[in-house]
Design a binder for this molecule. Structure first.
Ligand code: PMP
Length: 475
């Protein structure tokens, strides 16, 4: 994995693949640019790290002050093959020479069909499929709901605790967490109903009120709660149930084994369209092309976006031909849907995945991270869980006995990583999870360096915390 780029059939990264601190983070130029941003950009946009990027390549983000940061974010799971993969650059540049846009609803171009064909072949499910392309993840989710409603003649949509599906009005209503996603933005579209998810660390209660003790009991309790929710609202009213195979923004929650399979059975029993939102977990992130492959479950509809087009905006709804074709002509579309530059980028991404080395990289990243980070659960009092799959990994900060969330620790760990030149993100309903989403092309040494910085930050922050807890209150 040291030479991940060459194994992926591309030349070595152009930027040095080493962490380098030339100034404090953020540096003076970033600070000045951030001031200008604040004078011009809506405050409604948050910021994880106010650093301005000049170039990005492999596992490195180089800022305007000459700092080289280790990228454990990939622009939120987008630049899996790096932010300037040569194949993406070549294909997009060549397309730029030909034309930038026609609108696929006006006149056609081949790359749209080629992307659809690849997705029809590679998304889970051994049935005839069709694909519709859009630009953002939220658009893909919205269109999946439109398609499921049109095909079933039903209106309700079942979503889950910890879910994240986007920031448009419908997808925001489908998203679980209030602040920051939904706060002050209501009223919301109707017909969205929420059920428990199979969160192994924080499971739904059993019917008798007991707490599930095993993974099998977590799954059983969650599935029973899904059936109860459907019974309450009338299963015959549900067009779709929409689930992330690993919940992303909600905290990198890997559902207890059997949950997705159980949902598949429930959807079949009630004629509900199972929509699997692979927008964050898909496209190789977890070591298989799609995260639902881990349980051998196929959605009737699978959603892709983010890493699909190497940084260009592209999303896809791929599903059973009879569902996808149930919509009247002209019912789907959008001016920029399946933009030709983005389609060319997606074709480059598909090529990069062809020899399997990127999937192997994802698994190698998991092995390396597990070795360094998993022991923190036993070594500290406030890391309750290390979890995830492939290059989608997380540490949850909570009191190990009571599971009281410790967002303060996650925030402080992230801040220390940032100061050391390692870009980490937080997530989770309680904001108490540090998530790792490195590009799949990150080199072994760079990964090891970033993991050590993270480990030291966790060790330092948790040690200081237990010292504080041990000190007398009046000290
Ligand atoms: N679904 C999931 C699972 C996501 O993680 C995201 C983005 N974080 C979305 C949907 C929405 O995608 P976008 O931001 O491109 O609209």
């Amino acid at each position: 994995m040291t030479d991940a780029y060459s194994t992926a059939g591309a030349p070595p990264a152009a930027l040095p693949q080493t962490r380098h601190l030339a100034t404090a983070i953020p540096g003076p130029r970033s600070r000045a640019l951030h001031q200008e941003r604040q004078a011009n950009v809506s405050d409604g946009f948050g910021i994880v790290l106010p650093v301005f990027i000049e170039r990005a390549d492999g596992g490195i983000l180089q800022d305007v002050d000459g700092n080289r940061l280790i990228d454990f974010a990939s622009g939120i799971a987008v630049t899996s093959i790096g932010a300037s993969h040569p194949r993406v650059r070549e294909r997009v540049s060549a397309q730029l020479e030909r034309f930038t846009h026609t609108c696929f609803m006006v006149t056609e171009y081949q790359s749209f069909t080629e992307v659809a064909k690849w997705l029809n072949q590679h998304t889970p499910g051994d049935f005839e499929k069709r694909t519709a392309l859009f630009s953002t993840g939220a658009e893909a989710v919205e269109n999946a709901v439109k398609i499921a409603r049109s095909a079933t003649g039903r209106s309700r949509v079942l979503v889950f605790d910890e879910a994240y599906h986007g920031r448009s009005l419908l997808t925001m209503a489908m998203t679980a967490k209030e602040n920051p996603y939904r706060l002050n933005f209501g009223p919301f579209p109707a017909e969205i109903v929420r059920a428990a998810s199979a969160n192994p660390l924080r499971p739904a209660a059993q019917h008798d009120g007991g707490v599930p003790a095993s993974a099998a009991e977590v799954t059983a309790a969650a599935l029973a709660s899904v059936e109860a929710t459907l019974a309450e609202h009338g299963p015959e009213n549900f067009a779709a149930m929409v689930i992330e195979p690993i919940q992303g923004e909600g905290g990198f929650v890997v559902p207890a084994p059997g949950f997705l399979t159980g949902l598949r059975a429930i959807a079949d029993r009630h004629g509900i369209v199972l929509v699997i939102d692979e927008i964050q977990a898909g496209m190789g992130r977890t070591g298989t092309l799609f995260a639902s492959d881990h349980e051998g479950v196929a959605g009737d509809i699978t959603l892709s976006a983010k890493a699909l087009a190497g940084g260009l905006p592209l999303s896809a709804v791929t599903g059973r031909a009879e569902l996808m074709n149930a919509v009247h002509a002209g019912g789907l579309g959008g001016t920029y849907a399946g933009n030709p530059l983005a389609c060319e980028a997606a074709l480059a991404v598909f090529k990069a995945f062809e020899d399997g080395s990127l999937l192997a990289n994802a698994r190698a990243i998991e092995a390396a991270a597990r070795e360094v980070l998993a022991p923190l659960v036993a070594e500290t009092h406030a890391v309750a869980d290390f979890r995830g799959r492939g290059a989608m990994l997380a540490l949850e900060f909570a009191d190990r006995e009571t599971l009281a969330p410790r967002a303060d620790l996650a925030k402080e760990v992230a801040a220390r990583c940032h100061a050391q030149g390692v870009l980490t993100l937080t997530c989770g309903t309680y904001g108490n999870v540090i998530r790792l989403l490195p590009p799949l092309v990150i080199g072994q040494d760079l990964l090891a360096d970033g993991l050590q910085v993270l480990r030291q930050a966790v060790v330092g922050v948790t040690a200081e915390d237990s010292n504080l807890a041990a000190a007398p209150a009046h000290a």
